[in-house]
Design a protein around this ligand. Sequence first.
Ligand code: IMP
Ligand code: MG
Length: 180
Amino acid sequence: MMKDDIKKVLLSEEELRTRVAELGAQLSCDYEGKNLLMVSVLKGSVVFMADLMRAISQPAEIDFMVVSSYGSGVKSSGVVKIVKDLDINLEGKDILIVEDILDSGMTLDYIKGMLLDRNPASIRICTLLDKPARRKADLQADYVGFTVPDEFVVGYGLDYDERYRNLPYIGILKPEVYSV
Ligand code: IMP
Ligand code: MG
């Protein structure tokens, strides 16, 4: 069972639900009268995106992009490849990049720069989790769900080697799962 590989539940379903509702309320205020386009970076942010978009009461468009920066390991390579680009023209849009976790920040720094070149009206980052201890890029999120310690976490979209994404909560993976 998946839960046998979890050392500790870091964020329960209830905690996630409450915080996502708060973020949604905040975003609903901040994006009133704007052209909100939520951009999700697949696949890790898919669960957060699905919950967050429904917590926002303003009209919002959504789009998805796929980049690869991680392979199956646990450390960011810093190399970002665009596997699938956005479909929507960004001109005049208020972009909200929705991410699962801001770790080194290398991936998001690259994506933000690339999207800025397309003349959006604004661009902000909303990350569910922030792991500031590991930041390498000079980048901050505008909206943060939770600040987390420097441990490898899975669930609620986050994976280790494509597993555990469907856990409904966020847990710390037992080190022996990835250090063997
Ligand atoms: P960054 O470029 O180092 O910020 O990497 C960000 C990406 O790395 C995230 O979107 C995740 O896919 C992955 N990642 C970073 N830390 C974790 C973690 O603790 N668990 C699962 N994935 C992680
Ligand atoms: Mg990701």
